[in-house]
Ligand binder design. Structure first.
Ligand SMILES: [Zn+2]
Length: 369
């Protein structure tokens, strides 16, 4: 009976450890997903900002086009004004010419009527009534002058008619020009309005998209914080297993120490967040201490990566593995083989990148080995 009770107790304890491990792994999994979503949203936002800059350039171009169009419209308006003045001048010239023509016509008609009434004899009688040759010559001269005047009047009227015809044509041309200029102005105004509309819609589109992304990132961060709190709560009563760590590789040769270094791939000075331990491809990668696997999967920079929670907010990480032997939620023991070494992710050759994080802060793993 006593044995049975102790079995039952062991069972209950195991069950609760498994449950805790599973719940914890679930939260951690969710947190990882949220973090990768945040990364994705951030890179989208970066893209959005880039697009905003590109659009800014496009908008600048459109705005200079708008300025250009406005200048063109001002020019056209000046042209229209000038044409309208020209039209006014031509019109008044035309009116004056027509007025003069009317008067001359009236005079000529009067004279012709008078000549007709006199039976056109008047001029001959004047000549015949001359008293002597001097008188005759003088009368002849007068008759000639009257005749010349009539001819001049007729000539003038002919020219005036031509002039009026020309001015009418000029007026028509000017009016057609005016209409063309007005049409051009209307077209330009339409272009202007279209460009302005385009600028406004591009601006609001980008602003909206970026605002959405920022809101998304805020929401994801809030969710991540909530999960971190939840993990802390679940971890709360779990203390560190204790002791120094076991070396995670089959040897202890470190090819790159913890600290600032020139990154060989990224070509920038960067914190090396762990130590690189020499490890041939396929050699054993072992848990540094007892704990629970909180991540076993792919990461673009770490490659195939395992993270183990050892309690007391202490987490170890093993990166660039060729093959993983554990899964999230597994309970592992110190020295257990959890993966085989490799060069996956951001790596130049097979090695174990080994990290120690305490309360999420990178520590020099040397201090724990
Ligand atoms: Zn490394």
């Amino acid at each position: 009976m006593k044995k049975l009770i102790s079995y039952a107790l062991v069972f209950v304890l195991c069950a609760s450890v498994v449950t805790l491990g599973a719940a914890y792994a679930n939260e951690q999994q969710q947190l990882n997903e949220i973090h990768s979503k945040i990364d994705k949203s951030r890179s989208q936002l970066q893209e959005g900002k880039k697009k905003e800059k590109q659009l800014g350039d496009q908008i600048k171009k459109l705005e200079s086009q708008i300025n250009e169009t406005e200048r063109e419209i001002a020019d056209i308006k000046r042209d229209i004004n000038k044409t309208e003045q020209e039209i006014a001048i031509v019109k008044s010239n035309l009116e004056a010419a027509e007025q003069e023509m009317e008067e001359q016509n009236e005079n000529l008609k009067k004279r012709l009527r008078a000549m007709y009434k006199n039976g056109d004899i008047g001029l001959v009688q004047i000549l015949l009534g001359s008293e002597n040759i001097t008188d005759f010559m003088s009368n002849m001269d007068m008759v000639q002058k009257i005749y010349d005047h009539d001819v001049e009047v007729l000539k003038f009227m002919e020219e005036q008619c031509k002039k009026i015809e020309l001015q009418k044509k000029e007026l028509e041309a000017l009016q057609a020009k005016l209409q063309a200029e007005r049409q051009k102005e209307m077209d330009k105004q339409a272009t202007l309005q279209a460009n302005r509309g385009q600028v406004a819609s591009l601006k609001s589109e980008v602003a909206k998209s970026n605002a959405q992304l920022e809101a998304q990132i805020d929401a994801l961060n809030a969710e991540a914080n909530r999960l971190i709190e939840e993990i802390r709560r679940l971890q709360g009563d779990k203390a560190y297993a204790g002791g120094k760590f076991a070396w995670p590789g089959e040897n202890t040769y470190v090819t790159s120490e913890f600290g600032m270094r020139f990154h060989p791939i990224l070509k920038v000075n960067k914190l090396h967040t762990g130590i690189d331990i020499r490890a041939p491809l396929g050699s054993k990668v072992m848990a540094a201490n007892d704990g629970t696997v909180i991540k076993a999967g792919w990461n673009n920079s770490y490659g195939n990566v395992v993270m183990i929670d050892h309690g007391g907010q202490i987490v170890t990480l093993y990166a660039h593995n060729s093959k993983l032997l554990v899964k999230t939620g597994d309970v592992v023991t110190r020295g257990q083989t959890i993966a085989y070494a490799g060069s996956t992710g951001n790596s130049t050759g097979p090695h174990i990148h080994f990290e120690v994080r305490v309360n999420g802060q990178y520590q020099n793993p040397r201090n724990w080995l």
